[in-house]
Write a protein that binds this ligand. Structure first.
Ligand code: TRP
Length: 436
C-alpha cells in the first residue's frame, strides 16, 4: 500500500502538469516556491491524511463521520469523493493523449520530419480520435479497479516505477547535450523574483496538492489499508521525495528541449507532447532503433504511471458507493466509469469541436483544472489542517503518528506546529490573494 501511495502520487502531474506550470509561471522562482509548498504544506497535509485514514480504517466520508460524529466535518470527505470525479474526467483526456503517443511511437510516426506543434494541435482538436483514446484509457482503469488493485498493478509497479526513473535519468543526461541546454538550465535555476505574483503562489500550492494526490480522500483511503507498523512520517517523506525528484527531473528534460526546438516555455497543456518527441529525435536521431525503443518504452511507462494515478482517483469513489450505498463493487465501478467518461468526452471535445463554447473564458478542460487545483484542493487542504490540527484530540494524533508510542518521532512538535499554524495560514493567505 505504501507503494500504491507512491504510484498514486507519481503520474501526469509530475511529467505533464509540473513542466506546464513551471513554463506558465516563469521558471526557477516558481520551482523554489513549489518546493517550499511541498515541504511546509504538502508533507504535513499528507501525514494528516494518513492519520485520518489509518485511525479509522474506512473510506474518507465514513472516516470523517467516525472521528467527528454528527458534525459538518464530513464535508471534508464528500468534497473529496465528488471532486475526484472531476479530476478523473480530465485526467483520462491527457492519459488518452499519452496512449496515442505510445501507439504513434511504436508505429514509428514520431519521426524527425514532423512539426510536433502542428501534430499535437491536429490531434487534440480532431473530432473523435482523442475521445476514443480517452475512453480506451478509462476502460483500462476500470478493468484494474474491478479486479482489485493490490494483486496486479501494484506488484507490476514495483518493477515499472524504478524503470521509469531510470529512463528519466538517461533522458536528463541526453538533454545535457542539447543546443538549448544552457538556456534551459538558466530558466530552471536562475530565479527572477519579480515574476512572483499572488497567482503564481496559488499555482504552486495547487500544483503541490495535485502532484501529491492530496485533499481528495485518495491517500486517506489508501492509508486505511496501512498496517499497524507502517511509519506514517517516514512513508510521507518517501512519497514526497520520490514525487518531487521525478517532477524536477522532468523539468530538466523538457526545458533544454523547449529552447532547442524553439517553442515558447508557456506553450500550455501541449508543452510536453510537443517537446518530448523532439527530445527523442535530437538525442537518438543518429541511432533510429534506439530512439524507437526508447520513446516507445518511455510512453508505456508514463502510461502506467498515469494508470496507477487514475486508479487512485477511481478507487475512493467506487469504495464509497460500494461501502455506503451497498452497491455491488462491479456496479459501483461501472457508475464511476460511465459518469467520468461522459464528463471526459465533454472535456476532450472542449479543445476541438466544442471550442466555441467556453466557460468563464476557458475551455471545459482548463476550467476543470482551474476549479479543482486552484479552488477546491486548497480549500480541502485547509479543512484537513483544521480537522487534524484542531478538531482531533492531540493525544489521538500523537498515538497514530507514533504507532501507539512504539516509534520515537522527534519532529512531532514541528509537525503539530506546521499543521496548526503554518500550513492553514499560508494556504488561506495565498488562496485569498491569488483569487483576488
Ligand atoms: N498525483 C497524481 C499525479 O501527479 C494525480 C492524482 C492522483 C491526484 N490522485 C489524486 C490528484 C488525488 C489529486 C488528488 O498525476
Amino acid at each position: 500500500m505504501v507503494l500504491a501511495a507512491a504510484g498514486s502520487a507519481v503520474g501526469l502531474g509530475n511529467i505533464w502538469r509540473f513542466p506546464t506550470e513551471v513554463g506558465n509561471n516563469g521558471g526557477a522562482a516558481f520551482i523554489l516556491i513549489y518546493l517550499a509548498c511541498v515541504i511546509f504544506v504538502g508533507a504535513p497535509v499528507m501525514v494528516s491524511e494518513f492519520v485520518i485514514g489509518r485511525r479509522t480504517h474506512a473510506n474518507t466520508i465514513t472516516a470523517f463521520r467516525r472521528l467527528a460524529p454528527g458534525t459538518w466535518w464530513s464535508i471534508g470527505g464528500v468534497e473529496g469523493v465528488l471532486v475526484a470525479f472531476i479530476i478523473l474526467s480530465y485526467y483520462i483526456v491527457v492519459s488518452g493523449w499519452t496512449l496515442h503517443y505510445t501507439v504513434a511511437s511504436f508505429a514509428n510516426q514520431l519521426t524527425a520530419d514532423h512539426d510536433f506543434q502542428q501534430y499535437f494541435g491536429d490531434f487534440v482538436s480532431h473530432a473523435w480520435w482523442p475521445v476514443v483514446y480517452a475512453l480506451v484509457f478509462m476502460l483500462m482503469t476500470h478493468v484494474v479497479v474491478v479486479r482489485g488493485v493490490q494483486g496486479g498493478i501494484e506488484r507490476f509497479s514495483k518493477v515499472m516505477m524504478p524503470m521509469l526513473l531510470l529512463i528519466i535519468g538517461v533522458l536528463v543526461v541526453c538533454s545535457f547535450s542539447m543546443s538549448g541546454f544552457r538556456e534551459g538550465l538558466e530558466f530552471l535555476l536562475k530565479p527572477d523574483f519579480s515574476k512572483i505574483t499572488p497567482s503564481v503562489l496559488l499555482s504552486a500550492v495547487g500544483q503541490a496538492f495535485f502532484s501529491l494526490s492530496l485533499a481528495m480522500g485518495c491517500l486517506c483511503t489508501y492509508a486505511s489499508y496501512f498496517g499497524p507498523d507502517t511509519n506514517l512520517v517516514k512513508t510521507a517523506f518517501s512519497v514526497v521525495t520520490i514525487d518531487t525528484v521525478v517532477a524536477v527531473l522532468a523539468g530538466f528534460i523538457i526545458f533544454p528541449a523547449v529552447f532547442s526546438v524553439g517553442v515558447a516555455p508557456n506553450e500550455g497543456a501541449g508543452l510536453v507532447f510537443i517537446t518530448l518527441p523532439s527530445v527523442f529525435n535530437i538525442a537518438f536521431g543518429h541511432v533510429p532503433l534506439i530512439g524507437y525503443l526508447f520513446s516507445g518504452l518511455f510512453y508505456v511507462l508514463l502510461l502506467l504511471a498515469a494508470l496507477t494515478s487514475a486508479i487512485s482517483l477511481h478507487e475512493p469513489v467506487t469504495a464509497y458507493l460500494h461501502e455506503e450505498w451497498h452497491m455491488p463493487r462491479r456496479t459501483a465501478a461501472w457508475c464511476v466509469t460511465i459518469a467520468a467518461s461522459v464528463l471526459g468526452v465533454l472535456c476532450s471535445l472542449s479543445m476541438g469541436p466544442l471550442a466555441d463554447y467556453p466557460i468563464f473564458g476557458m475551455s471545459l478542460f482548463d476550467f476543470f483544472d482551474f476549479i479543482t487545483a486552484k479552488v477546491i484542493m486548497p480549500l480541502g487542504g485547509i479543512l484537513i489542517c483544521l480537522f487534524v490540527g484542531r478538531r482531533m484530540d492531540e493525544e489521538a494524533v500523537r498515538a497514530e503518528v507514533t504507532n501507539e508510542g512504539r516509534l520515537r518521532i522527534p519532529i512531532f512538535r514541528l509537525y503539530r506546529f506546521l499543521i496548526r499554524w503554518v500550513a492553514p495560514l499560508a494556504i488561506i493567505a495565498i488562496f485569498i490573494r491569488g483569487l483576488l
